[in-house]
Design a protein around this ligand. Structure first.
Ligand SMILES: [Zn+2]
Length: 373
């Protein structure tokens, strides 16, 4: 049973001989759909090019954009599409058994999808109309929703599809309200992260000091610590990039204990050095926005108390590199590590990312590289 179901969810791109999607055939299909006049239903005057433009300009994560794009091209592996390709014999929705599971049905019309949408104000403005296909629905909502609502729409669709897959492959029915809330938060978080950095860009490089690449052959390690008042957890964040600004690794780790801000920053420095050492790096630039911690760690002899123990460990670690520099930089240079330190407050154990960082990091990394003069 499980084997059959897994087989069902195979995406075959039948516009290329080998079944794999390419940009060329995607573009070809987009033109073909446009020429066929798909999307003529509905009162909207938005043409095909504008739909695409609005989609790619939407301030949501790339994965959500690509997902919506696949929905509009009707290439999501829902049952109706799979039955056309004879991958499955029955096109009927496995959740409600009421209708063929088209993309529109799976994400919008199915009672299981409605359970999520009922929490959203979006449904009032859209449910009264007959949309026919997902592209028409999207085309219609572009005319009635605000940008913020559009962003939420994207995340909710994406989540409804993931919930559907969870139910199909894991037999787990997601909680509709939690899904809705979580998606709304994700949409807002992504948007505000992007906006903050867009604002920083506009302020100009005269006012704001930005992240800089390390010298050739060096790796830059940004570290930061975070804490919430009255909470006994501290968050540590590390981001390691090469001399082109490419992400090598990132890590987030919570530590338990009512440590002072300074001790938390020392923990973050040690954490960053340890990760760089584990990765086998030899030439490093370590940066923190905590001036006192940097001075303590790299410029003076070990102090008394547990902070002294940390400083000792930092110095032993630092000396094990071929060459190292530890320096203080303003917060504007340390945004990536800062966001991971904040993120670390919400997790229960260490997370390390290699090459691909978490979603919250990508706008910051992109922005840091764009701001390099
Ligand atoms: Zn259904």
């Amino acid at each position: 049973m499980g084997y059959v179901l897994q087989n069902e969810d195979r995406l075959v791109w039948h516009y290329e001989k080998n079944g794999c999607y390419t940009v060329r055939s995607g573009y070809w299909l987009a033109c073909a759909i446009r020429d066929r006049g798909v999307g003529e239903v509905g009162a909207s005057s938005i043409n095909f090019e504008n739909i695409w433009l609005r989609l790619w300009r939407l301030q949501v994560a790339t994965k959500v954009k690509v997902f919506l794009w696949r929905c509009m091209l009707e290439i999501l592996p829902c049952r109706a599409n799979l039955s056309v390709k004879r991958v499955v014999s029955n096109p009927i929705c496995f959740r409600c058994h009421q209708a063929p599971e088209t993309v529109l049905h799976a994400l919008w019309d199915c009672p299981a999808a409605r359970e999520v949408w009922q929490f959203s104000a979006l449904q009032d403005s859209c449910t009264s109309k007959y949309h026919g296909c997902f592209l028409n629905l999207f085309r219609y909502i572009l005319t009635v929703l605000t940008d913020k609502e559009l962003r939420h729409f994207g995340y909710i669709c994406w989540n409804v599809w993931n919930g559907r897959n969870d139910q199909l492959f894991q037999g787990r029915k997601p909680n509709a309200f939690q899904s809705y809330q979580h998606m709304q938060e994700m949409a807002e978080e992504f948007y505000h992260a992007n906006r903050t950095y867009a604002c920083a860009t506009q302020e100009g490089s005269n006012l704001v000091v930005n992240w800089e690449r390390p010298p050739a052959q060096f790796f830059k390690i940004n570290v930061d610590g975070a804490l919430k008042t009255n909470d006994s957890v501290r968050g540590l964040g590390v981001v390691i990039r090469d001399d082109r600004g490419e992400l090598i690794a990132a890590a987030a780790k919570p530590v338990c204990g009512m440590f002072t801000p300074n001790a938390t920053e020392l923990f973050a420095i040690r954490f960053g050095l340890q990760l760089a050492k584990d990765l086998g790096l030899q030439h490093i630039y370590l940066e923190s926005d905590a001036q006192a911690a940097i001075r303590m760690a790299f410029q003076c002899d070990a102090d008394l108390g547990y902070e002294g123990v940390l400083v000792n460990e930092i110095q032993v670690l630092a000396n094990s590199f071929h060459s190292y520099v530890g320096q203080f930089r303003p917060r504007t240079c340390n945004r990536a590590a800062h966001s991971l330190a904040r993120f670390a407050l919400s997790i229960s154990d260490l997370i390390v990312w290699m090459e691909d960082g978490p979603e919250c990091l990508s706008p910051i990394l992109t922005n840091d590289v764009m701001l390099i003069s």
